[in-house]
Design a protein around this ligand. Sequence first.
Ligand code: FEC
Length: 311
Amino acid sequence: NLTKIGVLVMSYGTPESMDDVEAYYTHIRRGHAPAKEQLDELKGRYEAIVGGVFPLRENTNGQVAGLQDKLEQLAPGQYACYQGLKHAKPYIEDGVRQMAADGIKRAVGIVLAPHYSIMSVGGYIKRAEEKAAELGIEIAFVKEYHLHPKLIEALTGRVRDGLARLAETSGGEERVKVLFSAHSLPEKIRELGDPYEKQLLETSAAVAEAAGVKDWQFTWQSAGRTREPWLGPDILDTLKEVAADGVKGVLAAPIGFVSDHLEVLYDLDIEAKAEAEALGVALDRIAMLNRDPLYMETLAESVLESAKGLN
Ligand code: FEC
């Protein structure tokens, strides 16, 4: 392992069991334990999705394994992947520690989220950078890959498939709109000149163009339940607007996420779906990327590119 380049693959993290939800939620809230009602509400959401399991863990494991395989094909014997999670074990710091224990001296960090924000990807990078500096590892980062041609290709195929499904159910006569979405963030990111919004619009526009979609809009989802203002409009409000505008079918395309997890399986598949039904709108969703080969290639090629910057 001495000569290998470490790849720190970072992802959000999810609880390991229902008993672990409180510790997880407390970590997300930077050490502040949630009130009982908040905790019960979150547990209820986990229970509502596919039997109360935590699919993000398996999906992240699969993506890390898939990236390792792809790197092995492209650069045999040169890279070793490590996992580092933001809010669960193994934490980002654990991943860096493991690299150091294995004798890794040079590394690349990449986040399983395509768009950069100082509040999301920036946070992962800061923690990894600090730990790597402490342990004497040189580390470079992939900051974003939201316009990687293979990512756009993978998403385009999914939008085409989703629109075909919707056309089949509606007989192709009804007006259909694509709603691209991503996790909202506090509005204050705008004052920081954050690239998050611009990058999300760039991905949306690139996919819409490649898929030949004229009727589309970008909207936010999953805003936090805090008092400060979050970026909007939220998808639940957008659904009301498009329904009032005569749209009969909506394809949700959550391009800010790369796998099946709570924010997709609950916020879109349960919450947004119920809202759409009440409005008389058919809602479908693109399949998530998970271990899609084009996504694995996006990650691997981004890592190889970033590694060129290492000494
Ligand atoms: O399936 C799972 O177990 C985890 C799903 C999950 C993903 C995810 C991704 C992002 N988040 C982002 C930002 C924030 C901010 C806050 C916040 C809070 C939560 C809570 C849960 C949660 N997030 Fe999350 N997020 C996921 C889950 N997130 C649960 C806590 C309860 C709630 O508000 O629903 C607010 C923190 C605070 O209170 O200060 C901000 C962003 C992403 C997408 C990028 C990434 O993956 O890192 C941005 C998946």
